[in-house]
Write a new protein. Sequence first.
Length: 208
Amino acid sequence: MTRFARIAYTESVQAAQRENGSALAASRQLAAGDEPDPLGPNETEFISSRDGFYMASVGDTGWPYLQYRGGPPGFLHVLDAHTLAFADVRGNRQYISAGNLRRNDRVALFLMDYARRTRLKILGHAAETALDESPELTERLSEPRTDGRVERLFVIKVEGLSWNCPQHITPRFSEDELSDALAPVRDHIARLEAENEALRARPAAPEG
């Protein structure tokens, strides 16, 4: 997490760290080189299993804008150790993220795994690519992708990344995660119901 720290730990941030007693720990993250942080196997697996992420951009007024992007797991593609990409589909047609990126290409991605209380933060530079500009990339990002009409591609060059601690993450579970977790319970209930029906079907023992 060298490049992430060099981007995020500005002078004002380092002042706050000194005031709150975390400057020494933070300084260790600034000591190494300044090359972009690579996406390794752990990051690739994590990103490929996400069915959504938050993406922040910055408008002309300096205000940040945060948008949620959702789709099937893997719709945010890892192209290589320094590049992410996804097919952008038509939404509410405000185009705030698309417009912001034309002036300032910096983005922050926030990827959450609530069930396992894990999160990954990514800083990068995003570029819009027309569908006919790169047919091969368009085809690659088409499966899997979010349902809907694809209007453009976004390619993100990763600058820095940071894994956060699980503290204060409230566990939440998706429908698929709940279905997998509850499958043994459903099977057990089905067996009990079958046994109950079989017992009811037996003829009653004669009295006396």
